[in-house]
Each structure stands twice: as structure tokens, then as C-alpha cells.
Design a protein around this ligand. Structure first.
Ligand SMILES: Nc1ncnc2c1ncn2[C@@H]1O[C@H](COP(=O)(O)OP(=O)(O)OP(=O)(O)O)[C@@H](O)[C@H]1O
Ligand SMILES: [Mg+2]
Length: 499
């Protein structure tokens, strides 16, 4: 009789020093099931999946794969046994072609020579099986969108004849069209009997794609079941042990004089953007990925050249370098927290205070205890889960790293905040906390330019919203006059095309 479960994880434990990441977790997934793994930032989701895919060794517990003992010595053995993890930061070789990437390390060969034709045939078959025969085999993957790169990784999983595929927050950088493509591919994998484990902070997505779910909390299973039978508020309660009273708390905040103006700004990726941002205003910018929203923020912050038009901060018009912008009170939370965000090996406290050390200098010496206290303030304010202010940032979970990046910007105390996807990777409860914080900042007169791909938060948090489409920023209107549908229509340029 075949084992009822494809993968069984039983009593898994894993500690990093004093931090217990997994505290006796059980998770069993049958073949052909999409199982969602949900939980707060730092709950242990990624660690559990690293144990499953051989990246981390558990301290205790055991695993079975189709009923057989399974204790991979590393990611390679896990892959050989058919357990494949698709990483958040994609792990393809950028200069190799699509076909070469799909068969990397398992190229068909005879007498030491790679059989090109066979390689391409296998790659083509895999892409076709996923419904994406249109992806060009010879294109270097560096030229593909993140969504298409993800499909290449999934095709790779198929060629490896994967039995279990793990996706850890796969959609945090996907455009809407890529998202539905990804879901279609996941459904195909499920039809072929693959077990898919899917980690996400978007319950809307989980409801669409998953059959079953498990909630992790502080390294333990806090419940689970069939997705169809659970309602959202119940899931949130399992995650944090209480209900969220108000997801989008509205704090009154009058707006004042203009603090940032763009007039017909053009920059690489931006064809034309004009806007007026006022003191106390939360201004949302919607649009598809690639519409030029990040580029607009980067041009304002001096990271991209301004080709036409101008930027005015308070009453001063003209270009500025990032250092000059900071001095003018303009701060940017970059979308790319790995690349230009945080110094991974430095401590939480160092990262937080890096760009504004002055308050902690005493006669030229760094007062480390004052610096630690300031860091702890922020740890509390936005619930960063960390054992202390001196731990290195790389030891924090993904969502907690994102919170450190946000705290660092807020610590700088800028008047104008350019926020690019500030809640990416952040759990539901912490999102609500960050929305409240943004509201409070507006109350104290800060002006916020809020770029997001998550429409409920734009509609729930912002005073005004404008939509960017193919490098052009449209007219702003009060948030109350927008609907998700209207934003999507404007974002896809459907109205423009219909004309
Ligand atoms: N290499 C490491 N060294 C020290 N601590 C670690 C390490 N990796 C993870 N941790 C800790 O283990 C706990 C669980 O982290 P994990 O990354 O599994 O959380 P997560 O559920 O994936 O969170 P998120 O939603 O933020 O991605 C956290 O407290 C984290 O700080
Ligand atoms: Mg994680």
C-alpha cells in the first residue's frame, strides 16, 4: 500500500543559539495537494522549509518521504530525492540560456559531450507541460521578467521529476499577470501529483491556490485544516492569538503646504510624472510592476538622472544627490532591501542608526548603550522579532529584516518619506501596525509618497491615489473615489487603449 503522505515532518526542532526557531513541528502533506504555510514574521516558516530542503539540519525530529526515511545531507541530496525549493531571490545562472538553466547539472551527455539537441528537447517539453511553450529556449535568463524566471525554475523542478516543490513567498515581486500564470503552473504540478508547499503573507492568495493550510506560531503548529472551511479572521487569530481590531485605522491628519513637487519629470523608465505632495498627506501610487513607479522615486532621490522637468523640495527646485536629498529631509525606503538596503553582517542597532549616528556620539566616541536603547525603542514600536539589538541582520527572518529597513528610515526623521513597497514580506498583524504608524507620521506633518502593488492597503491607508502606467503618472484623486477595478483599468492602460 503506498504511503498516504508524500512528506511527513515529525517533531522537528531547530535552535540557533538561544533562539528556538522550530519547537516540535509536525507537518504532513499528501501527494497532489497544495499546502499553505502561514504565520507571523519569525514564526519559523523558512527554517522549516530549509530543513525540508536540506539547507539546515534539524536538532531533533524525523522526516519521511513517501514512507521512506528522509534525512538529506544537503540541498543536492534533497534535489536528488525530488524535494525542490524555489527561492525568493531566484537562483538561476543569469548568463546561461533558458534551456541550459533548466537542465543545469543534469545535462544529457554521451561520452562527456553535452547533447545539445536532446537538452533543448527536454527543456521544451518541460515548458510545454507547464503551458509555457512560448518562452524562448535560447534567451539568456537575465533578460526575463522575475515571473518568467520563476517559470524556468519550476520547469527545472519538473525535469528533476520533483515530488515536493516549496515556494517561499513567491509572489512578493510578481506582477498580476505573472501571478495568474504562476497559479496555473502550480495547478498543473498538483495534477501531476506533486506536493506543493506555499508560503505567503497574502491570505487572499492562499485562499485562491491552497487546498490545506497550517499556521506556525513561535516554532509550533497553531492549527490548520481545509482552506475552504476556515475564515480569514480565524486564521489571523491562530497566527497572533487575537483578532486585529482595525486593519486600516484612520487617523485625522490635516494637510498643509506643498513639500515635494514634480513637474513633467522624465528619467530612465519615467516618461512623465507631475505631482504635488503636501505636508501631512499620504499619497498612494498604484501601477503594474515595471510601470516606472520605483524609477520615479529613485529619480526624486537622486539615484537616477533627471532627463526633463524638475523636482522641488519645499521651495528649492533642482536636482540633488542622495546625500543632498537626505539633508533636505527626503528619505527613500528602497524596494531592494538586499542590494542597497541593509548591511547583512552588521547588527540591528548599527543598521538602524548608520545614516544618523550623531545623537550617539560623545566627544567623538560612540555611546553603544545609547545606540542600543534607541534600537530597542524601534524593536518595540514595530515589533521587530530579534533576540537583542546586537544580533547581525542576516540572522533575522525576511519580514523582520524589512522592518529594520523601515525603522532605519524612520529613525532618520525625514519630512518627506518615499516608501517603495514598505510592507512587502510583512505579516498581516505587523502590516496593520505599520499602517497605524504611517497615519501617525502624517499626523505629525510628515508627507508620504507610498508606492504599493497591494491595492487593499493603498485604498485603506492613502488620502489620495494616482496610477502610473507605462512611465506616465495619471491624475490624482481622493482615495474614496477609487475602486480596485478602476485602479486596475488605469494601470493596464485599458482606457487609453480603448480610445
Ligand atoms: N541563521 C540564523 N541564525 C540565527 N537565527 C536565525 C537564523 N535563521 C533564522 N533564525 C531565527 O529563527 C526564527 C525563525 O525564522 P524564519 O526565517 O524561519 O521565520 P519566517 O517564519 O520565515 O519569517 P518571515 O515571515 O519573516 O519570513 C527567527 O527568530 C529568526 O531570527
Ligand atoms: Mg521567511
Amino acid at each position: 500500500m503506498p504511503a498516504p503522505y508524500r512528506i511527513e515532518m515529525l517533531g522537528l526542532r531547530k535552535a540557533f543559539g538561544a533562539t528556538v526557531a522550530l519547537d516540535g513541528v509536525d507537518l504532513c502533506v499528501p501527494p497532489g495537494v497544495v499546502h499553505a504555510l502561514i504565520g507571523e514574521n519569525g514564526a519559523g516558516k523558512s527554517t522549516l522549509m530549509k530543513v525540508l530542503s536540506g539547507v539546515q539540519r534539524p536538532d531533533a525530529g524525523r522526516m519521511l518521504l513517501d514512507g521512506d526515511p528522509y534525512a538529506p545531507s544537503g540541498p543536492l541530496e534533497a534535489r536528488r530525492r525530488g524535494v525542490v525549493m524555489i527561492y525568493q531571490e531566484l537562483a538561476l545562472a543569469p548568463h546561461l540560456s533558458v534551456a541550459e538553466n533548466i537542465l543545469l547539472g543534469i545535462e544529457p551527455a554521451s561520452r562527456g559531450w553535452i547533447r545539445r539537441r536532446k537538452l533543448e528537447e527536454q527543456a521544451r517539453e518541460a515548458l510545454a507541460a507547464l503551458g509555457h511553450g512560448e518562452i524562448r529556449l535560447h534567451a539568456p535568463v537575465s533578460g526575463l521578467s522575475v515571473g518568467a524566471q520563476q517559470l524556468v525554475e519550476l520547469a527545472r523542478a519538473l525535469v528533476l521529476d520533483a515530488r515536493v516543490v516549496v515556494l517561499d513567498e513567491p509572489t512578493s515581486s510578481l506582477a498580476a499577470a505573472d501571478l495568474s500564470r504562476l497559479f496555473e503552473v502550480i495547478r498543473r504540478l498538483r495534477e501531476r501529483g506533486v506536493s506543493v508547499i506555499y508560503i505567503s503573507h497574502f491570505l487572499e492568495e492562499v485562499e485562491q491556490i491552497a487546498d490545506r493550510f497550517t499556521v506556525l506560531r513561535d516554532g509550533r503548529s497553531a492549527g490548520g485544516g481545509l482552506i475552504g472551511e476556515a475564515d480569514r479572521s480565524r486564521i489571523v487569530e491562530m497566527m497572533i492569538g487575537r483578532q486585529i481590531s482595525e486593519m486600516f485605522p484612520r487617523l485625522p491628519h490635516p494637510t498643509g503646504e506643498p513639500v515635494l513637487e514634480l513637474a513633467d519629470l522624465a528619467a530612465p523608465g519615467v516618461r512623465s510624472a507631475s505631482l504635488v505632495l503636501r505636508r501631512g498627506e499620504i499619497f498612494g501610487v498604484a501601477g503594474l510592476i515595471g510601470a516606472g513607479r520605483s524609477e520615479m522615486l529613485r529619480a526624486v532621490f537622486g539615484l537616477l538622472p533627471v532627463r526633463r522637468g524638475w523636482v522641488k523640495v519645499a521651495t528649492v527646485a533642482g536636482p540633488g544627490s542622495p546625500a543632498e536629498r537626505l539633508a533636505q529631509g527626503v528619505g527613500l525606503l528602497s524596494e531592494d532591501r538586499k542590494g542597497e538596503g541593509l548591511a547583512q553582517s552588521l547588527s540591528l542597532a548599527d543598521n538602524l542608526t548608520l545614516s544618523n549616528l550623531k545623537p550617539y556620539l560623545r566627544h567623538g566616541w560612540l555611546d553603544r548603550s545609547a545606540q542600543s536603547r534607541a534600537a530597542l525603542d524601534w524593536v518595540e514600536k514595530i515589533s521587530i522579532k530579534a533576540p537583542g539589538p546586537r544580533v547581525p541582520v542576516f540572522s533575522l527572518s525576511g519580514g523582520n529584516q524589512q522592518k529594520v529597513a523601515l525603522a532605519r528610515l524612520l529613525h532618520h526623521d525625514c519630512d518627506v518619506l518615499l516608501l517603495d513597497e514598505p510592507t512587502r514580506g510583512i505579516d498581516v498583524a505587523s502590516k496593520a501596525q505599520i499602517y497605524e504608524l504611517i497615519g501617525k507620521l502624517a499626523q505629525t506633518g510628515k508627507a508620504i509618497l507610498f508606492v504599493s502593488s497591494y491595492l487593499p492597503e493603498l485604498l485603506g491607508v492613502c488620502d489620495t491615489i494616482a496610477v502610473m502606467c507605462r512611465g506616465r503618472l495619471g491624475e490624482k484623486a481622493p482615495a474614496g473615489e477609487w475602486t480596485e477595478h478602476a485602479i486596475m483599468t488605469a494601470a493596464t492602460g485599458a482606457r487609453e487603449a480603448a480610445r
